[in-house]
Structures are given as structure tokens and as C-alpha cells.
Ligand binder design. Structure first.
Ligand code: SAM
Length: 378
């Protein structure tokens, strides 16, 4: 069985009762990208509408979710009054202005500020969804002293929600380091079912989340069980039959590896090691990591954001770029997940996606039980 199949058993499709095909199990997916959230949530919720502005991502979404109505348009043009009723609204809103790699223009900036459009659309709906979920990079809670999260939290409270943030790293499920912040908000009138919230911070609450959450009105310390220890490693997802760069290009790439990393590479005993090219002291270097886990996938904006693999071939090391299918595996997509378009399109579609097993875990242990309990309010 391939790793992707094993991984997605953690989505636990078979164990879930058939979702009710009504408002109580329906969800809206904003910033849907390639649709891994719709895929991950499918055992628990049915996507009744999805939106993204990117035509190439729309092609991936439509190839995998032919039955979901998809609106290819900017969220700024979405009229909430025309949307179907739903229990849950999910937004993996753009991270560029919050990510540590970006210029950090903040939650009012052009791209990450689209989160306000999401709330505007919710305001226009005849009835706001009882549950909201948002996903973003850790800068949402840690940048600017936590002020970005506080501003968003305040906006949720003003709309009648109570909310909390959690840090979930895909590395618990997949050989992929991808820490992300998930915010879950529910109608403040709702009594939270026993076992879904704690009195105090737990394993999902990083120092930044503890600092931002403490003392906020209508704050919830959500509780999820700790995931079981991951057994898969990077070599499980790598396709060793794919061609590497030729001797000359490999040699050039290997020459960019810092001497200390080259020594570790030789001593590592690993057959594949991932790395990114970065500029250090005005020089391009290929920095490797040795924990048998891929670095956080990013959307390729330039050559430096593609992840490299250094692969042992006989006595030699060769290099190549991670393939789109390997990127999809690192996101927990099944082998059957379609990636139409070019190599770059596929890589890009996966680069800023939500890791499916993480979304599925959140749905299984929190969103689905909340939706069941929200039934009486709906
Ligand atoms: C972080 S990604 C979300 C990826 C997605 N959840 C997935 O799993 O593939 C942010 C998405 O926001 C989309 N986006 C950016 N600007 C937008 C806009 N004005 N309206 C709608 N979507 C937009 C991007 O195309 C991108 O797919």
C-alpha cells in the first residue's frame, strides 16, 4: 500500500457515519485552491459551494470535485446573499502578508486582508454559518505582538462568535514540517460539548497562542486528542525511479551545500535528503535538513522556493527537484488526486494547500462533533 493510502486511512473514512445531506453537514470552501480541504472533509461535510480566483487551481479543484459548484472569481465579487445555507464556512486565506517570509504588511494588507472580505460575505448571508474555520501561517498569531489575531478575534466576537486558535503541524501525520494555525469559531450561544475544550492551554497551544489568547473575551482552549506517532519518513514518499539532474547540474547544486551539511550528508546514512536554496551572506547555498522530513512546501514564485532532493545513487549523490506527485503525497493527497497542467502548475497547486490529514483530524475531532451539537441551533 502506498504511503498516501496509508496516510489517508487516518482520515478514517470507513469509521464515519454517513453524512446527512442537509444544511447541518454542508460547508462553503473559500480560497479553495486545489480542493484538499473539500477532499479531507468529505466524510464529515459536503462542500456545497467553493471559490478561488486562480484559473489553474480551479482546474485542479474541478478535476477532483466535479460535483461541487465552483465560482472562479475574486472573493471581492462574491455576494453572500446568493450563497447556499451552510453549517460551516472554511477559509484558508492568503498568507503572504502574515508569513515570516513575506514583507509582513499585516492583516489589513491586500492579500491577507481578504479575510475581511470573507467576513463581509458571511455578513451578507441570510444566516451566518454557525461554525467558521480559518487556516493560516503561524505569523497570524505571532507577528506584530499578536495584534493581527486579536483584530480578527474581535471581529468574530462582534458577529456573535466565540473562538480559539490552535497550532497543528502536518509533521504529526506526514513527513512534512508544516506548522499552521487553525481558528475555529462557533455561535456564542452554543454550549460546547464535554471534552471539546479545556480550562487551560494544551499541546496545540504554542507560546504565541497562549500569549495572544490569555484574557481575550470569548476565547476557547479547544481540545483535540494527541495524534498517534507517525511512522512514515521522507523516503516513503520519494519516487526513486524519477530521473535526477545530470552529472554537471548535480555537481553544481552539490557545490552549493555548506561544508558542515556536506559532512552530515556523508555521515547521515540516508538515501534522500531535502533542501532549499537560500541566499546567505549574498551567496546562494543549498541548505539541507537531516530529520527525514521535508521542509515546508511553498508556492514557487522563483527558483528558490522549490524543494530539492539530494539522492544517493550508487556511490554518488545526485540532485533533482521534488515532483508535483511527491508534493501531493507530502500534503496527504491520495494517488488518485488529479494534477492537471504542467509540472509547475501541479507544484504550485500543492505548494500552498492545506495538508489533508490535518484538516480531516480537525473535522473528525472538533468540527463534526460541533456540527452535531449545533443541530439544535440550526
Ligand atoms: C493558502 S491558499 C489556499 C489553498 C487551498 N485551501 C488548498 O488546500 O489548496 C490561498 C488561496 O487564495 C486564493 N486567492 C487569492 N486571492 C483571492 C481572491 N481575491 N479571491 C479568491 N481567492 C483568492 C489563491 O488563489 C489561493 O488558492
Amino acid at each position: 500500500m502506498s504511503l498516501a493510502c496509508q496516510t489517508l486511512q487516518t482520515v478514517d473514512r470507513a469509521a464515519v457515519v454517513s453524512p446527512k445531506k442537509d444544511v447541518c453537514s454542508s460547508f462553503l470552501e473559500f480560497f479553495a485552491g486545489s480542493g484538499l480541504v473539500s477532499y479531507a472533509l468529505a466524510p464529515y461535510f459536503s462542500a456545497v459551494w467553493a471559490n478561488d480566483v486562480c484559473p489553474k487551481k480551479a482546474a485542479v479543484f474541478r478535476a477532483n470535485h466535479a460535483d461541487t459548484p465552483f465560482l472562479l472569481r475574486s472573493i471581492t465579487d462574491v455576494n453572500g446573499g446568493l450563497l447556499p445555507a451552510a453549517m460551516l464556512s472554511w477559509a484558508s486565506f492568503p498568507c503572504q502578508d502574515l508569513s515570516l517570509a513575506g514583507k509582513g504588511d499585516g492583516i489589513r494588507a491586500k492579500r491577507s486582508g481578504l479575510v475581511w472580505e470573507w467576513l463581509r460575505v458571511m455578513d451578507e448571508m441570510p444566516r451566518r454559518p454557525l461554525i467558521l474555520a480559518a487556516e493560516n501561517v503561524t505569523g497570524l498569531v505571532s507577528s506584530n505582538g499578536g495584534s493581527y489575531y486579536r483584530e480578527l478575534h474581535q471581529a468574530l466576537v462582534e458577529r456573535g462568535y466565540k473562538a480559539g486558535a490552535m497550532l497543528l503541524d502536518a509533521v504529526h501525520w506526514l513527513p512534512h514540517s508544516r506548522p499552521r494555525v487553525f481558528i475555529v469559531a462557533i455561535d456564542a450561544r452554543m454550549v460546547i460539548p464535554f471534552g471539546l475544550a479545556d480550562e487551560k492551554p494544551n499541546w496545540m497551544h504554542s507560546a504565541a497562542i497562549q500569549s495572544v489568547g490569555a484574557g481575550l473575551p470569548q476565547w476557547i482552549w479547544w481540545r483535540l486528542p494527541k495524534p498517534v506517532e507517525r511512522s512514515s519518513t521522507l523516503s516513503d514518499i520519494v519516487d526513486f525511479s524519477l530521473p535526477c539532474h545530470g552529472a554537471e547540474t548535480s555537481k553544481k547544486n552539490l557545490s552549493m551545500i555548506p561544508p558542515a551539511h556536506m559532512r552530515r550528508l556523508e555521515e547521515s546514512g540516508l538515501s534522500v535528503v531535502p533542501g532549499y536554496k537560500r541566499i546567505r551572506n549574498k551567496r546562494q547555498v543549498l541548505e539541507l535538513r537531516f530529520d527525514d522530513v521535508a521542509g515546508c512546501l511553498r508556492t514557487p514564485g522563483g527558483g528558490s522556493s522549490r524543494q530539492y532532493l539530494v539522492i544517493k545513487q550508487g556511490p554518488e549523490w545526485r540532485t533533482r527537484i521534488l515532483s508535483p506527485r511527491e508534493a501531493a503525497r507530502l500534503m496527504g493527497a491520495p494517488e488518485s488526486f488529479k494534477l492537471p497542467g504542467s509540472f509547475n502548475d501541479g507544484y504550485k497547486a500543492m505548494g500552498d494547500a492545506v495538508a489533508a490529514p490535518v484538516a480531516a483530524y480537525l473535522a473528525k475531532h472538533l468540527l463534526f462533533p460541533l456540527a452535531a451539537a449545533c443541530h439544535d441551533l440550526s
